[in-house]
Design a protein around this ligand. Structure first.
Ligand code: AMP
Length: 390
């Protein structure tokens, strides 16, 4: 049974076609620069990669090209082979406490949340509508980045700001990367053989967030109303005193929106180091003696350790710390620095295991708190949700 997992951005469309329930990837691909004359469609299947550049004016054309590509390359014999499509949707607000089977009402509800995710939800809708046109009889499921965190209680998700802001405008912490945190926490429960485990997931990619999971439920997470809150990331500052907005706006004669753009796109690794948003460049330059590269790394590690400490106290204990996403899965030096920073919790790194890649425990048997690498897989999580709801 073939299920499509889709992630639509404002000018891009990423997808994976999965065989379910075996969860094997049959094909994957990406359409970039949608809306331009030189859009690029890349399709990967059977270890082969084909790429074409042509005009693709909108998402409808992109979807059409994808489905045609799958048929032309004999990955599917007809559109009837696809029995469900799962769409990543960034903001589900308080409306969606679960993934949802898409109908006209659900589309209106997702649109109604666009104030909270102006860059993402409208783009996600464009993808949904394009697939609904091409595959009108196939169930489409919306899987939200925020759903997993809907189990947080008020003390964790409310800001200490005027309560009316929450009541009238929905100003609260929603959290993101929920699909990844859910996938990883389910796997961690299996590896620990403990459904009631207390774990902290460090999803460290270009975007990065931490999640405290108690008995399979998210009880706190570092991202907030938007993905800007929390730990420093590739280009995002993470937590910062909001007064900075006013000060920089005055000094540099910028609008608040422009300063926010600086905090989202020109801060974090990139802003502190002045070199790059990519952890590989940061670590290389740090080892070459670059002070600002070292700072970019050290500030991130400190802030992550701060969160781990607070989640440990909030949950009243900790069984395991899990590393996932680009940096979490690949950068042994970052994992080591973080684990050393929270060593007081009773952590003993297995240096040899920490140098390796792929799913594994990276602490010794005697370590009181364990640590693991668990590669994330948001597409599989989306496909599982489609299987559950279609
Ligand atoms: P993501 O957003 O999950 O794709 O992660 C992007 C981040 O992960 C970047 O900072 C990369 O430097 C880092 N990253 C991705 N792949 C690797 C790799 N193979 N080795 C080291 N770091 C990587």
């Amino acid at each position: 049974m073939k299920i499509m997992a889709v992630n639509a951005g404002s000018s891009s469309l990423k997808f994976q076609l999965l065989e379910m329930p075996s969860e094997d990837v049959i094909a994957s691909g990406l359409v970039e620069r949608i809306g331009y004359y030189n859009a690029v469609f890349t399709l990967k299947m059977n270890g082969e990669k084909v790429s074409i550049t042509q005009e693709i004016l909108n998402h409808k054309e992109a979807v059409h090209l994808v489905t045609k590509g799958l048929i032309d390359h004999k990955i599917i014999s007809s559109l009837d082979d696809i029995v469900g499509v799962g769409h990543r949707v960034v903001q589900g607000g308080e409306i969606f406490k679960n993934s949802a089977v898409i109908n006209d009402k659900v589309i209106e509800q997702i649109k109604s949340l666009s104030d909270l995710a102006p860059l993402h939800n409208p783009a996600n809708i464009t993808g949904i509508e394009a697939f609904r046109k091409d595959l009108p009889d196939v169930p489409q499921i919306a899987v939200f980045d925020t759903t997993f965190h809907q189990t947080m209680t008020e003390d964790a998700f409310l800001y200490a700001a005027p309560y009316e802001w929450y009541q009238q405008y929905g100003v609260r912490k929603y959290g993101f990367h929920g699909t990844s945190h859910q996938f990883v926490s389910e796997r961690a429960a299996v590896l620990l053989d403990n459904k009631k485990a207390k774990i902290i997931i460090c999803h460290l990619g270009n975007g990065a967030s931490l999640c405290a999971v108690d008995s399979g439920k998210s009880v706190d997470t570092s991202m907030g109303l938007t993905p800007l809150e929390g730990i420093p990331m590739g280009t995002r500052s993470g937590n910062i005193d909001p007064t900075v907005l006013m000060l920089i706006s005055d000094k540099e004669n910028k609008s608040y929106a422009e300063v926010l753009d600086d905090l989202n796109k020109r801060s974090g690794f990139l802003g502190v180091s002045g070199i790059s948003n990519d952890s590989r460049d940061i670590l290389r330059e740090m080892e070459n003696g670059n002070h600002r590269a070292r700072l970019a790394h050290e500030i991130q590690v400190k802030r992550i350790a701060d969160y781990i400490g607070s989640y440990y106290v909030y949950m009243g204990g900790l069984d395991a710390i899990i590393f996932t996403a680009g940096i979490g899965e690949n950068e042994s030096r970052v994992r080591e620095a973080i684990l050393n920073a929270v060593k007081v919790l009773g952590i003993e790194i297995d240096q040899e295991e920490n140098q390796k890649r792929g799913e594994r425990m990276i602490t010794t048997k005697n370590s009181k708190v364990k640590a693991f690498i668990i590669p994330t897989n948001e597409e599989v999580m989306i496909a599982r949700e489609v299987m559950r709801l279609k």
